[in-house]
Write a protein that binds this ligand. Structure first.
Ligand code: SR1
Ligand code: MG
Length: 429
């Protein structure tokens, strides 16, 4: 198999008519859609930063078709990006389906040459970020997302896999470095220096952005996190696990879009979820119609943050106690009652270290959305720019504390308390 940095022979950007003819020739797709191809409705609905996404509906069912473009959609052809990301997305989806089938979309078809994946159409699911902006709560989310991350991270780690298998798995995703490079630049570097693509809510955040570019404590902290991201191949990550990569209903949760998948530090995925919930919380006052109207939603978000860490840690530890088959922590070194007790203490110490990583990555994921290139609708849809800047400034204040004083946050309750304090803070603009 060849992975292409430039469009290969046979690649073309699909238009709606092309896609109809193409899908008509794929039995699994044509059967799922049903009826004559002329009757299928096809619309391009992609609002993400990188790809085309088509919704196709036929007489008996629907499909979501994702095609990678040879460049970054958000920026245009001046920023080329390998089509091979579609291969890694397919590989990750296949992997996730083995470990958490109910929590990812089912793949019907993959075409390496067209960099295309056809999946089940998730209906009536919506992008979770949109639901959070509207103030909707999702009672099943904690259970689903913590099952997903606990299983994905545990079963791809050295706690579960023999060393040779783990190394083969790292190698299988190692070619996805162009996507990692986006993260290395946009999350771990650009927000802390002058970079052409940075943007923020002007003029209110000008001074804060300048301070962040001069803040050596912050630069040390983000550099340590970047090194961890570059060098710690702990587990197979989703790699972009924000609330725009999660589709929900009141009862269901599906994780989509794993094109940034690679072997990296576990705290990066957990931090992504927590960061995006904290931003939903701190953006919420910018969406309220009258003061206090979203208090119930906000309380739910913070409770969810606490439960995401708590339930993840519980499920991950349960897997470690019951399903460890990897080469890490050989049981022969922990025999007898004393050995078992010492190993259990070590598990708790491991989780404490993972929590510290999670707090740091949480901060990094917040800062990039406010001072970097790619922003999110949690803040962007706040109409009054000064109000938006207020919510963003509160988030930056929280994120700086989480990143620089990470060691003082030893519990998730300390993080949510700091978020509450940040919400009450009034920046002086
Ligand atoms: C240029 S891509 C910008 C962002 O979009 C993706 O969703 C990732 O978060 C990436 O950093
Ligand atoms: Mg995406």
């Amino acid at each position: 198999m060849t992975l292409h940095a430039v469009p290969p022979e046979g690649y073309r950007i699909l238009r709606e008519g092309d896609l109809r003819d193409y899908l008509a020739g794929i039995p699994a797709a044509a059967t799922r859609l049903g009826g004559p191809p002329e009757g299928w409705s096809i619309s391009e609905v992609g609002d993400g930063n990188l790809n085309l996404v088509f919704i196709v509906k036929g007489a008996s069912g629907g499909l979501a078709v994702k095609q990678a473009l040879p460049y970054v959609r958000l920026v245009g052809e001046s920023w080329p990006l390998p089509l091979s990301r579609s291969h890694y997305e397919y590989l990750a989806l296949t992997n996730q389906a083995k470990l958490a089938a109910d929590l990812v979309p089912a793949v019907l078809h993959h075409d390496e040459r067209l960099a295309l994946v056809a999946m089940e159409l998730l209906e009536p699911h919506i992008i979770m970020r949109k639901g959070l902006v509207a103030g909707t709560t999702y009672p099943a989310f904690v259970d689903h997302i913590t099952t997903f991350i606990a299983r994905m991270l545990f079963f791809s780690s050295d706690l579960a896999l023999p060393a040779a298998q783990k190394k083969e798995a790292i190698a299988a995703f190692a070619g996805n470095h162009a996507l990692c490079k986006i993260t290395e630049d946009l999350i771990f570097t650009d927000p802390y220096r002058v970079a052409e693509q940075n943007r923020w809510t002007v003029p209110w955040l000008d001074a804060t952005a300048a301070k962040f570019r001069d803040d050596l404590e912050l630069h040390v902290a983000i550099s340590r996190l970047k090194l961890k991201f570059l060098s710690s191949a702990e587990a197979l990550l989703h790699g972009d696990l924000h609330t725009g990569s999660i589709m929900v209903t009141a009862r269901e949760t599906r994780v989509i879009d794993p094109e940034f998948a690679f072997y990296g530090p576990m705290g990066f995925d957990i931090g992504a979820i927590i960061a995006n919930l904290l931003m939903a919380y701190l953006a919420s006052s910018g969406h309220e119609r009258e003061p206090g109207a979203r208090r119930v939603f906000e309380a739910w978000v913070l409770e969810t943050v606490e439960q995401v860490w708590g339930e993840f840690a519980r499920k991950f530890l349960e897997l470690w106690r019951g399903e460890a088959a990897g080469d890490a922590y050989p049981l022969s070194l922990f025999s007898g009652e004393a050995g078992a007790a010492r190993l259990e203490a070590e598990r708790q110490a491991y989780m404490a270290r993972l929590f510290q990583d999670t707090v740091g990555f949480t901060a990094a994921k917040i800062i990039r959305r406010i001072l970097g290139l790619a922003h999110n609708i949690d803040f962007e849809l706040i109409e009054d720019p000064k109000m938006r800047a207020t919510c963003e400034a509160r988030s930056l204040r929280l994120a700086r504390a989480l990143m620089v004083d990470t060691a003082s946050f030893t519990t998730i309750g300390a993080v949510t308390n700091a978020a509450r304090t940040a919400r009450d803070w009034q920046p002086e603009f």
